[in-house]
Design a protein around this ligand. Structure first.
Ligand code: 5AD
Ligand code: SF4
Length: 511
């Protein structure tokens, strides 16, 4: 701020000052920075997806990280977790070292999530915590990336209230991290680079995976469904699929490295391949090929019921390494709410799909996502959600109170449901979710299950913990050597959300 600007801002009331700053910065964006725009991000043109596989670290940046450490805090979904693995890979390629200690870090990135207001509040809270550290260590670089960066309201708020932030970049340009860091080291001003475009596919980015047992593999990016409540199609761009060869090579490579489980990732994996212009190749075809790869467990998330086709069901029914667990978000049990949500299916169609999948995959474990308190949701409509939950008999659910997201159609709807009613509905739904889970768990008593052992239990280091193919958490006493292998465990006790047991046999031959 120059002297004139400072004088001017002192004359403004706090309210005007906010407006003034917003206005000034929008001018600033036009000139200097690439600012986000949800309006632009909504556009879906006809242009073909651009594929890039020419990522290299420019010679001049190769020593950028020498003697420096980075820390990335990740919020939100698996896609974000995986983006963090890519950014960690880029940091390492630049010569940085990883640290978990904020006091040791020279660069701190917050990889953010925009799905609900409370996810955003956590990030603003964390920025508040980081401010004293930045004041103490002016050379520390603080960056905000991920989905929140794609929202202009967030960028404006950071510009207004968290001016110590050094960089903001979005979900489409994480491959530009070296350049953004370089600019942030040179610039005295906040470096903002957010692309509000439909999105490309960028291959060959380095990755540092978080574990050696389970790995994530992106199969597609973006979402074109535009459910009326959801910010994702705006923050993650259009649906675009990676080529099967790239995915299959990555999975083969992970298998060769000894990974036991992969999860194929996408915001809407069932739309995989819809964007291919030169071939008819969908998720079922991809799963049919991955099924033949020598890796014990293969999962995928997240599915949209609308695009879940018969061929995929046929392939999943072949079993083998394709696990018997499907996450199939329903969002509501009321056809009229589903219509307002623009989910493009109704209660009956969803139930038919579930029946078809259950007939093909007996003993299937089915989980879901549910939103309660949608604008104007009536008690009867909510009860339809409860009755659908019971009818399907889900194994588990992620349940949420609807959170308005600026820029989405639902955020403009008038809402007559008080927050106290929404909270009450969430509690009633959660009670049902717990009741059915506990019942399902009880059926495991005395059974022997196969567990992929992930490590020591969080509560007790003498106890090992892992998951069954149906994603049930199992705690049991066993040797540390079992970590990273699949073992047989006899279930001796059941809880609402986990099973306890005794190991009966070491490595299970699954290959
Ligand atoms: N409010 C509440 N929950 C939401 N979800 C997505 N958007 C919102 C929102 N605005 C939930 C959906 C989705 C899951 C990832 O998050 O249930 O499936
Ligand atoms: Fe959001 Fe999922 Fe709907 Fe896409 S399909 S808009 S990610 S809820």
């Amino acid at each position: 701020m120059n002297e004139n600007q400072r004088k001017e801002s002192q004359l403004l009331t706090p309210e005007n000052q906010d407006k003034k700053i917003e206005k000034d910065y929008s001018k600033y964006f036009e000139k200097v920075y690439e600012a986000p725009s949800l309006k632009d991000a909504k556009k879906r043109g006809k242009e073909a997806v651009q594929y890039h596989s020419d990522f290299t670290i420019p010679e001049e940046f190769k020593n950028m990280g020498k003697g420096r450490k980075f820390l990335i805090r990740t919020y939100g979904c698996q896609m974000n977790e995986h983006d963090t693995e890519v950014m960690a890979g880029i940091f390492m390629a630049l010569g940085y070292e990883a640290t978990l200690d904020v006091n040791e870090a020279n660069v701190i990135l917050l990889n953010t999530c925009a799905i609900r207001e409370n996810a955003e509040n956590k990030v603003f809270g964390e920025l508040g915590h980081l401010k004293p550290l930045k004041l103490e260590k002016p050379d520390l670089l603080i960056g905000v990336c991920g989905c929140m960066s794609q929202e202009e309201s967030v960028v404006n708020r950071i510009l207004k209230k968290h001016q110590f932030v050094d960089m903001i970049f979005g979900t489409h340009n994480i491959h530009r991290l070296p350049n953004i860091l370089h600019e942030a080291y040179l610039s005295k001003e906040m470096v903002i680079e957010v692309w509000s475009k439909e999105g490309d596919v960028i291959e060959n980015l380095p990755k540092v995976r978080k574990g050696k047992i389970k790995a994530w593999v992106n199969i597609m990016y973006g979402c074109d469904k535009f459910c009326t409540y959801c910010i994702v199609p705006y923050t993650r761009g259009k649906e675009r699929s990676r080529h099967p060869k790239e995915i299959i090579d990555e999975v083969r490579h992970l298998a060769a490295q000894g990974y036991q489980e992969i999860t194929l990732l996408g915001q809407n994996v069932n739309a995989y391949g819809k964007d291919f212009k030169d071939m008819d190749y969908r998720l079922g075809d991809l799963m049919d090929e991955i099924r033949k790869i020598d890796i014990p467990r293969v999962r995928f998330t997240t599915s949209h019921p609308r695009d879940f086709d018969d061929h995929l069901i046929e392939v999943l029914a072949k079993g083998g390494n394709l696990v018997d667990h499907i996450h199939l978000p329903v969002q509501s049990g009321s056809s009229s709410v589903l219509k307002i949500m623009a989910r493009k299916y109704n209660r009956e169609q969803y139930l038919e799909l579930v029946a078809k999948i259950k007939a093909a995959i007996p003993n299937l474990s089915l989980t879901t996502d549910i939103i309660v308190g949608y604008p104007n949701e009536t008690e009867e409509q909510f009860e339809e959600t409860l009755s659908l939950y019971r009818e399907v008999g889900y194994d588990a659910a992620y349940t949420y109170i609807y959170s308005p997201r600026e820029g989405t159609p639902a955020a403009k709807m008038k809402d007559n449901v008080p927050m106290s009613v929404k909270r009450d509905r969430l509690q009633r739904l959660n009670a049902l979710v717990n009741e059915i889970s506990a019942e399902k768990m009880k059926a495991y008593l005395g059974q022997t299950v196969e567990v992929l052992v992930e490590g020591e239990s969080k509560k007790n280091p003498d106890v090992l913990a892992g998951y069954t193919t149906k994603s049930k958490l199992v705690n049991f006493i066993g040797p540390k050597s079992a970590i990273g292998t699949i073992v047989k465990v006899k279930i001796t006790d059941t809880k609402t959300w986990s099973l306890n047991g005794e190991m009966v046999e070491e490595t299970v031959e699954v290959r």
